[in-house]
Design a protein around this ligand. Structure first.
Ligand code: ZN
Length: 310
């Protein structure tokens, strides 16, 4: 069994409009943009990262805003809900705030004994805020969000699957423990990880497969401490028959990817080197950062990208 995984690292989704996406995460949810860079394979598309002050692993939501992109079709084989932790007692504040910002799909409920507020992102993304213990995490504040209300990073994620068993087996192999079930949803928890430590599997046997588009999660990344741990995880996965990519340098972490039996694309990402490797913490996310190979083409790339408000 793998013992190196520490919970979630980041979640990466697709969006249509870059400015709408940026405004939603910084102005509506009050998160910090910790990096403004471009897609490694399509430098005319931004890669925007939002998180806590320094983009702590387990807090980082990232987006590829493709511009004119049809919305994804919700269904099975995807991350259905990305869940953020917020301080205890803050959901009435969020209900009011999100409503005032015109956020749709607001619905409050409980799952696994936790109060949660579901809502849609700008492209129909499935999100929830879950009241959680703070567990040493601090919210980024500003834009009307204080330390008693701000987003604390991820709580976890809920996958929508046609058949949850094989994914459950994989999570167990990755170090997660099967916990309780709530209706059709079964929770898996990783002990001793960061605070983004739950994966919920919702089995819907008769739903159509999801189609990816704007508002869909592209992949979900799990955290390991360093490159040595990542290599151990890679070997263990390959020994079990998974097709895992070589290690790829993503500038702010090292990444490997593999497709899982339920259809969700997994990444294993290192906590090193982090988002402050090329920017001062005080100015994270302000300047456009380019992968080294695109730096000679900066002027052309800047001309292709839409301007984004601070
Ligand atoms: Zn990733």
């Amino acid at each position: 069994m793998i013992t190196d995984i520490k919970g979630l690292h980041h979640v990466t989704s697709m969006a249509a409009d870059a400015n709408e996406n940026n405004a939603f995460f910084t102005k509506t949810l009050g998160m910090r943009r910790v990096k403004k860079t471009v897609n490694f394979d399509a430098p005319e598309v931004y890669h925007l990262y939002y998180g806590d002050e320094i983009g702590t692993p387990g807090s980082v939501m990232t987006y590829f805003p493709f511009g004119q992109m049809p919305r994804g079709q919700r269904g099975t084989g995807e991350v259905g809900v990305t869940e953020f932790a917020v301080p205890k007692g803050s959901l009435p504040f969020w209900q009011e705030r999100l409503s005032q910002h015109g956020v749709t799909g607001l619905a409050q409920g409980t799952a696994f004994g936790e109060t949660r507020l579901q809502f849609d992102g700008p492209d129909g993304d499935g999100f929830a805020l879950v009241e959680s213990e703070e567990r040493g995490r601090e919210a980024w504040t500003g834009n009307g969000v204080g330390s008693d209300t701000g987003v604390l990073g991820f709580r976890g994620a809920r996958f929508t699957l046609r058949d949850a068993d094989a994914t459950g087996e994989l999570l167990t192999y990755m170090g997660y423990q099967k916990a309780e079930s709530d209706g059709a949803v079964t929770r898996y928890v990783i002990e001793g990880g960061n605070a983004a430590d739950t994966i919920d599997l919702e089995q819907i046997a008769d739903a159509p497969a999801a189609g990816q588009g704007a508002g869909s999660v592209h992949h979900i990344a799990f955290a390991v401490e360093d490159r040595a741990a990542q290599l151990r995880v890679r070997e263990a996965l390959m020994a079990t028959g998974y097709q895992v990519t070589p290690v790829i340098d993503r500038d702010y972490f090292w990444a490997i990817y593999f497709r899982t039996p339920g259809g969700v694309l997994f990444e294993i990402a290192t906590n090193e080197p982090g988002f402050d490797r090329d920017e001062d913490t005080a100015h994270l996310g302000e300047a456009l950062k380019l992968p080294t190979r695109y730096e000679p083409h900066r002027a052309k790339i800047e001309g292709l990208l839409p301007e984004i408000a601070a």
